[in-house]
Design a protein around this ligand. Structure first.
Ligand code: NAD
Length: 483
């Protein structure tokens, strides 16, 4: 068994121990792989004060210097890519190849992208339309201390999506990664030391939401919170901060629909559909969990989809052939299993299939789940309205465009959706009507970081990306001069 790491807080450029520690498990073996600082309100206080003290100097740092740091951070993660990918896979259960080819590279891109964005300017300078000799212009000031809270499903990818713009636009921050997956955040703190990032610019507080997180969100010296996680926690943060002048960006849960019309080419559509339902064991906020299939191809699609899922390899995340590792924790596995049980009790057809590797079967360890398809589910069932966030997809038929759009939109979530059709007019029409933040047409999860990212309804408030993240981390001001 590998040695157990200790993940300490990172405050004012130094690793700092705490009184209590939490156990962090490898979801594949169920062994403890790390002891994570279980931070208290006092630890959170120290981190906020460090960020506060670092703010005046960092917010006045030259743009070129900030660009330098962002690029150096990207270089060092790149140099340690394999270590980061292995740690992410061990800690979260995702296939190593996925961490290596998609998630850690995206963390690197996050820093490079905002380094480039920093060299742009959106400010305006304009004469007054009616009053002579008056000119106005805008300036942006970094907002201050940010609290950045991230979930466990894409740990480094999502945390760096917040840190990079935050420090690029001159804020300092305290980060609270998920207690289930804190290992790569600890490694990132070491990168900050190695590139010489000034102490206090980025601080990490590890531990559980209701203790460490709660102390951060209600701290009077915090100016902005950027949160990604469940809708329940997002709304809790909104309520807890309602009496404070804190800016919020909330990226929350989803229950995303895919609509597949009779005219699709199934050979092109199926492999992407499969990924959109089961990548990272369905634990991506953008995964498709409701598939609406037009009646003309319903039987054929269901048959072919099940055949593909049958071949999906489930098992050791370090095996290159594995498509699905375990889910993140025992608690999460129990939650998903309850939904599958509900489907059985409700009399729906439940198909749990896939191919588990022999070794995983033999060891009988790990929070493994087989990919599961549920057919002909009632639109009002919790299976169609709750976010399950696991390898479970409901497939239902539909007849007409109007009917399907009403059914798809009749839900409280609004993160993203997919439309599969060869009819370009219909694709545009429905993309406009779909109530969500991102629509993919004949594809899934292609991200252009210059596009706004976020959700509507219970899926979120605000948008991130460039230039949108600049609005999160800065305040824009008008200056008017009578010359
Ligand atoms: P979660 O809400 O349980 O936890 C998210 C983070 O919030 C964790 O770091 C947690 O410790 C912290 N937290 C919990 N209670 C808190 C409190 N009282 N104060 C401050 N912080 C607190 O979510 P999760 O289970 O880690 O992640 C899964 C969820 O995240 C899913 O709902 C998924 O859809 C969502 N998600 C959304 C996006 C998006 O971009 N919209 C991306 C990824 C994940």
């Amino acid at each position: 068994m590998a040695s157990i790491q200790r993940i300490n807080n990172f405050i004012n450029g130094q690793f700092v121990s705490t009184e209590d520690y939490l156990k962090s498990f490898n979801p594949t073996t169920e062994e403890v792989i790390a002891h994570i600082a279980d931070s208290s309100a006092e630890d959170a206080e120290r981190a906020v004060q460090a960020a506060r003290q670092a703010f005046p100097s960092w917010s006045h740092e030259t743009i070129t210097k900030r660009v330098y740091y962002l690029n150096r951070i990207a270089d060092l993660i790149q140099a340690r890519l394999e270590d980061f990918a292995r740690a992410e896979s061990l800690d979260q259960g995702k296939p190593l190849w996925l961490a290596r080819t998609m998630e850690i590279p995206r963390a690197i891109d996050n820093f490079r992208f905002f380094a480039t964005a920093l060299m742009q300017s959106r400010e305006i300078f304009t004469p007054h339309p009616t009053i002579p000799n008056v000119i106005s212009y805008t300036v942006r000031n970094p907002i201050g201390v940010a609290v950045l809270i991230s979930p466990w499903n894409l740990p480094l990818y999502l945390l760096t999506w917040k840190i990079a713009p935050c420090i690029a636009f001159g804020c300092t921050c305290v980060c609270k990664p998920s207690e289930f997956t804190s290992v790569t955040a600890g490694m990132l703190a070491q990168v900050f030391i190695d590139v010489g990032l000034p102490p206090g610019v980025v601080n990490f507080i590890f531990g559980v939401g209701p203790r460490a997180g709660q102390a951060l969100i209600t701290h009077p010296d915090v100016n902005v919170i950027s949160f990604t996680g469940s809708t329940l926690t997002g709304y809790h943060i909104k309520k807890a901060t309602s009496h404070l002048p804190i800016k919020l960006s909330l990226e929350m849960g989803g229950k995303n629909a895919g609509i597949i019309f009779n005219d699709v080419d199934l050979t092109k559509c199926l492999p992407v559909l499969l990924r959109s339902c089961f990548q990272n064991s369905g634990q991506i906020c953008l995964c498709t969990s409701r598939l609406y299939v037009q009646r003309g191809i319903y039987d054929e699609l269901v048959k072919k989809f099940i055949a593909e899922v049958k071949n999906l390899k489930v098992g050791d995340p370090f095996d290159d052939n594995t498509k699905m590792g375990p889910v993140v924790s025992k608690e999460h596995q129990n939650k998903i299993e309850k939904y599958i049980e509900l489907a059985r009790q409700s009399g729906y057809e439940v198909i749990s299939t896939g191919e588990m590797d022999e070794n995983t079967k033999k060891t009988n360890k790990g929070y493994f789940m087989m990919p599961t398809i549920i057919l002909n589910v009632d639109d009002n069932s919790k299976l169609m309205t709750d976010e399950i966030f696991g390898p479970v997809v409901c497939i239902v038929p539909f007849d007409t465009e109007d009917e399907v759009m009403k059914r798809v939109n009749n839900i409280q979530y609004g993160l993203c959706g997919c439309i599969w059709t060869e009819n370009i007019g219909r694709a545009h029409r429905l993309a406009t009507q779909m109530e969500c933040g991102t629509v993919w047409i004949n594809c899934w999860m292609i991200r252009d970081l210059r596009m706004p990212f976020g959700g509507i309804k219970d899926s979120g408030i605000g948008r991130e990306g460039y230039p949108y993240s600049e609005d999160v981390f800065t305040e824009i001001k008008t200056v008017c001069i009578n010359t």
